[in-house]
Every structure is written in structure tokens, then in C-alpha cells.
Design a binder for this molecule. Structure first.
Ligand code: CP3
Length: 382
């Protein structure tokens, strides 16, 4: 593990200025000029990589999320292989919920499964607040990673209250989120109590990551697209807004900076993402993120019209396109870069996670293509 193989800026021959805080990824999140459009992939660390399958062969998923050395290695795998512009911490959205005292497992091929689903006020009481000590393995992994990654930024993440609540209430993945919505509509008081608790757990989990040195955070509200805009605003938005507001100054007061890093950096950029959220993009833009993630259903120029000119966008290649012949992939990458120009900042990504059957060589080619097609002359930088 050497920084030579992972440092994006070093690879591009740029002049070194401010480390990860001055990387193309962080600059795009902040809507600053970039030498090329940065690219990373949701679920870039995972089953599409043979080296991931090998290292995970005898380690259960949750266990692997609690071993700092393993987290570090898995997080670095896609950075080494693809030359992506950012690493994303290897973990899962249910890790902090398990740390808060909920008995759950991540079952291969299924996802999170909760032993006793949450249905009553007493169940909500079982969700304890968490502190750094409850997730010390994440704190340690982030510190190891920041040291390994050099100029390549590390993205921290957490699940948003609605998506976490859905797993807790359903007991596992759900197509309709029927039990979740039944509780939300039937007992709004209990619903808000549950989401308020989850928001505190999420905020504490993200603050641990920021304090340990991540360069950005992504709040995944993967299943928010199941709601109408009115219900999203009423039942979900205030809780996600509480999380993002709690990070508004995170990193700004020196948290996550190390001695010798120079002046304190501005707050870490916040990304907010969900699937099927075309109708919610305007509302999601009000939650408090700097970047709004967009799935493949909404073209990025249309998305930016809904989100407004104050936010960067992230997305939005359909992960299934990666299974098509290369000329199709190339045409779609071109289209997305073109439509992304309408936004004040664009981070190239998929519209959802990498599918396990994806050929990793195609991902590597996409990174190179995005960099090549979007390369801007140096003088374009401020
Ligand atoms: O993006 C990355 O590379 C970082 C790792 C990451 C994982 N989960 C690892 C993982 C991230 C960012 C997540 C977030 C996550 N987890 C979300 C939000 C993003 C999204 O996909 O919408 C959600 C909804 C979950 C819950 C979850 N965990 C699901 C739906 C699954 C997949 C079930 C399956 O096996 O298909 C998991 C398990 C999981 N999380 C895997 C990985 C690599 C697969 C576990 C394995 O390798 O056996």
C-alpha cells in the first residue's frame, strides 16, 4: 500500500496545493473550477472486484465492517484499480444502528435483517445514542485511510432516517415499504420519535468520521423515492435536515485536520442521495446538502433546473448500462457529461450502486473516459 498508487493529483501531474481539500472531487462539490470532472462509483468497493470477493471469503459482512485493517484494504481496492477521484469508506448504513443496540445482521444476497422489528415506543427506546467509543473501529479505519490516501479524498457516509427506519420497521428489505408507511401515517408521533432518534445516531456517526478526517460525507436516503413530495416534506425532510445542519461547521474548526496542515479548512461538503427521487429533487435540495445525487431517471440538466443553481449534482449513469457493449457505455458517458455542464458543479457517478456482475475493466475505462472527455486547460483553474 503506497500513496504513489492512490494519489490522484500526483498521477495528473498537478501542482500540489491543499491535499484532498483541493482535489477535483472536493472542488466540484464546492462548485469551484476543476481540471477534470471527478468520478467515483457508489458501491465501488464490493462484489464486482475479485480482490474483494477473495478478502471477504470467510468474513461475514458486519464483522468486516468492524476490522479497521480490513476496512482500509477494501476501501483502497477500487482506488488502486480504477484511479477514481475519491474513496468511499467501506461500511454499511446499518453499522451505527447495530452500535446503537439493535440486533441485526447483513445477509448475503438479501441485505440488512433485523431480529426484532421496531413497532412500538418501547422499541424506539431500545435505540441508544452512540459515541465515538461505540464505533471506534470506524474512527481508526478513517485515520488509517487518510494516511494511506494522500491527496485522494475519503468520503464518509451514513443512512438517512427514512431509509434506516424502513429497515428497522420492515425487519429487512421491502419493495413497498408498506409497514413503514402504515406506521408513518398511523402513528405520526411514534414515527417522528423514531426518526429523531435515528437522526441523532446518524449525526453522531458522521461526526466521528469527520473528526477522524473524511473530506466529504454522503447521506444515503436510498428509499425516499417511495414517498410523495408532500409526505417527504412532512415526515422526512426535517429529520434529514437536522443531520446535515449538525454538520454545517464540521471540519471548519480544525476537526479532522492534522498538525502542519496549515489553516483550518472550510466545512466538509455534504452530498444527499436517493433513488427514484425525480419528484423530490427540489425538496432534497432544501435539506442542506452541497451536492444532490441524482439517479438515472432524471437527466442532469433537468435535475439542476429542479434543484437550483446553488448546488452541485452527482450522477447519473444507469448501472445496467455498464453491462452493455462499450460503444453504448461511451455514448451514455458523453451524454451525461454534456448534461452535467448545466450544473454549477458535477461529480460523475452511477445513478445507484455498481451491480456485482459488472466487469471491473469497464469501470476502469469509464474513469479514464470521464477524465479524458472533461479535461480542461490548467488556466481554467482560479
Ligand atoms: O459504496 C461503497 O463502495 C461503500 C460501501 C457501502 C456498502 N453499503 C457496502 C455493502 C455503502 C455506501 C453501503 C450503503 C448502503 N447499504 C445503502 C445505501 C446505498 C444504496 O445502495 O442505496 C443501503 C440501502 C444499504 C443496505 C444494504 N447493505 C443492502 C441493500 C445490501 C446489499 C445486499 C446484497 O447482498 O445484495 C447490503 C450489503 C452490502 N453493503 C454489501 C456491500 C459491499 C454486499 C455484502 C457482501 O459483499 O456480501
Amino acid at each position: 500500500m503506497t500513496t504513489e498508487t492512490t494519489g490522484t493529483a500526483a498521477r495528473d501531474g498537478e501542482t500540489r496545493r491543499g491535499g484532498p481539500a483541493d482535489s477535483p472531487f472536493v472542488r466540484a462539490c464546492r462548485r469551484e473550477p476543476v481540471p477534470h470532472t471527478p468520478v467515483w462509483f457508489m458501491r465501488q468497493a464490493g462484489r464486482s472486484l475479485p480482490e474483494y470477493r477473495e478478502i471477504r471469503a470467510n468474513v461475514p459482512m458486519l464483522e468486516s465492517c468492524r476490522r479497521p485493517e480490513l476496512i482500509t484494504e477494501i476501501t483502497l481496492q477500487p482506488v488502486r484499480r480504477h484511479g477514481v477521484d475519491a474513496a468511499i469508506l467501506f461500511s454499511d448504513i446499518v453499522v451505527p444502528v447495530a452500535a446503537a443496540g439493535i440486533d441485526l445482521d447483513i445477509v448475503a444476497g438479501t441485505g440488512p435483517v433485523v431480529a426484532e422489528p421496531v413497532r412500538t415506543a418501547a422499541d424506539v427506546e431500545r435505540i441508544r445514542p452512540i459515541s465515538r467509543d461505540d464505533v471506534s473501529y470506524v474512527d481508526e479505519a478513517v485515520r488509517l485511510l487518510v494516511a494511506e490516501l494522500g491527496d485522494t479524498p475519503l468520503i464518509g457516509f451514513a443512512g438517512a432516517p427514512f431509509t434506516l427506519a424502513s429497515y428497522l420497521i420492515e425487519g429487512g428489505p421491502s419493495r413497498t415499504h408498506a409497514k413503514t408507511k402504515a406506521l408513518m401515517y398511523g402513528d405520526p408521533e411514534l414515527w417522528h420519535a423514531l426518526c429523531a432518534r435515528l437522526a441523532e445516531v446518524t449525526l453522531a456517526f458522521l461526526r466521528v468520521q469527520v473528526d477522524a478526517g473524511v473530506s466529504a460525507v454522503q447521506l444515503f436516503d436510498s428509499w425516499a423515492g417511495a414517498l410523495s413530495e408532500a409526505d417527504y416534506r412532512r415526515y422526512v425532510l426535517p429529520h434529514s435536515a437536522h443531520v446535515l445542519a449538525g454538520l454545517a461547521d464540521a471540519g471548519a474548526d480544525g476537526a479532522g485536520t492534522r498538525p502542519g496542515d496549515g489553516p483550518a479548512e472550510p466545512a466538509v461538503p455534504r452530498i444527499h442521495f436517493g433513488v427514484g427521487t425525480g419528484e423530490l429533487l427540489g425538496a432534497m435540495g432544501e435539506v442542506g446538502a452541497d451536492v444532490v445525487g441524482v439517479d438515472w431517471r432524471t437527466p442532469l440538466d433537468v435535475a439542476t433546473g429542479r434543484i437550483g443553481p446553488e448546488k452541485a449534482v452527482q450522477g447519473n449513469l444507469d448501472p445496467c448500462v455498464l453491462l452493455a457493449p462499450w460503444p453504448v457505455v461511451e455514448a451514455e458517458v458523453r451524454r451525461i457529461l454534456e448534461q452535467g455542464r448545466a450544473a454549477p458543479g458535477h461529480v460523475f457517478n452511477l445513478g445507484h450502486g455498481v451491480l456485482p456482475e459488472t466487469d471491473p475493466e469497464v469501470l476502469t475505462r469509464v474513469v479514464a473516459l470521464v477524465h479524458e472527455l472533461s479535461a480542461r486547460p490548467q488556466e481554467a483553474r482560479s
